[in-house]
Design a protein around this ligand. Structure first.
Ligand code: PHE
Length: 325
């Protein structure tokens, strides 16, 4: 085969190579052991001796030229592949992100936070107590003796004879008075448990307890605090009414109603002046200290605020309900 023909063919072929596979094919076909340039060299022995040096030199020059071009092409192809790879890996930071659905707090949690905010702004500390409570904290220390109907098994979840799921947040009053010295102003939000289940009662619900102990506190302080709370929670037009009631741990005791335009009077909490017997059970002198306490049902307040009529909605886990508050 003619050197010029192979040369032309090699240049033409190489100029068309555009991938690593094509390049390899080219290498085998022209530069390989059985390649065209190699066979040109093998042809040497068939030539008359005087032609051999010139021929051999030309073939060697051709091989060197082709090899140089081959290396250059190889470099180009490698660079191209690298570029393509970078292109594939490129991150377009300008593409808008996938919009994630962000959840939000449960309506009860929201109301609880709102209650906390209001009382914290009035100077109350937030404290918490255990949900599994001893009968002493839950009842005895709160002037609720053994024979009291609230202690009945049918009303509560007992774990042992003297351990139960707390039936109210009032035991936190006792814990706080034992831990701190007056003056005390705390609220205590949390879960409480009772054997009830209907449109207005859940076996687990939330309360926020309040306790203020200082010298010379009266029902006036209690009423002002609750009025202030009601105004901040429900708006300036909210009014508060105390009705005589009974709790073993307060004397006098009240049911507290809030007046809302469009609703009328609604009961949202129990309250009263701390009973002297409660002070005695925590070692405070009832002659020296006075106090008022209250306990509000958080679900009740959420129902009022949002106009919900069935308390069970809060625990049905229906996203349509939950996401509308
Ligand atoms: N612990 C009472 C209840 O759960 C509410 C209450 C708290 C009443 C504090 C008076 C004082 O019903």
């Amino acid at each position: 085969m003619n050197i010029d023909v192979v040369e032309r063919e090699a240049f033409e072929r190489l100029s068309k190579v555009s991938s690593a596979e094509e390049l390899e094919q080219f290498r085998v076909e022209f530069l390989g052991k059985k390649g065209k340039i190699t066979s040109l060299m093998k042809n040497l022995k068939n030539l008359p001796p005087e032609e051999r040096p010139t021929y051999g030199k030309r073939v060697n020059e051709l091989r060197e030229k082709v090899e140089a071009l081959f290396r250059e092409k190889k470099k180009q192809i490698e660079e191209l592949m690298e570029k393509e790879k970078m292109e594939r890996m490129r991150i377009d930071v300008t593409i808008p992100g996938a919009r994630r659905k962000v959840g939000h707090s449960h309506p009860v949690a929201k109301i609880m936070e709102e209650i906390e905010r209001i009382f914290v702004a009035m100077g109350f500390d937030v404290v918490e107590g255990p949900e599994i409570e001893t009968t002493w904290y839950n009842f005895d220390a709160l002037n609720t003796p053994e024979w009291h109907p609230a202690r009945d098994e049918h009303d509560s979840f007992y774990i042992t004879d003297d351990l139960l799921l707390r039936t109210h947040t009032s035991p936190v009053q006792v814990r706080t008075m034992l831990e701190r010295k007056p003056p005390i102003a705390i609220i205590s939000p949390g879960k409480v448990y009772r054997r009830d289940y209907d449109a207005t009662h859940l076996p687990m619900f939330h309360q926020v307890e309040g306790l203020h102990v200082d010298k010379d506190l009266s029902v006036a302080h209690l009423k002002f605090t609750l009025e202030e709370f009601a105004r901040r929670m429900f708006g300036e037009s909210a009014k508060v009414r105390l009705r005589p009631s009974f709790f073993p741990f307060t004397e006098p005791s009240f049911e507290v109603d809030v007046y809302l335009k469009g609703y009328g009077w609604l009961e949202i909490l129990g309250a009263g002046m701390v009973d002297p017997n409660v002070f005695l059970s925590v070692g405070y002198d009832p002659e020296e200290w006075t106090g008022y306490a209250f306990g509000m049902g958080v679900e009740r307040i959420a129902m009022l605020k949002y106009g919900i009529t069935d308390i069970r909605e809060f625990v049905r886990n229906d996203v349509r309900f939950l996401s509308s508050y």
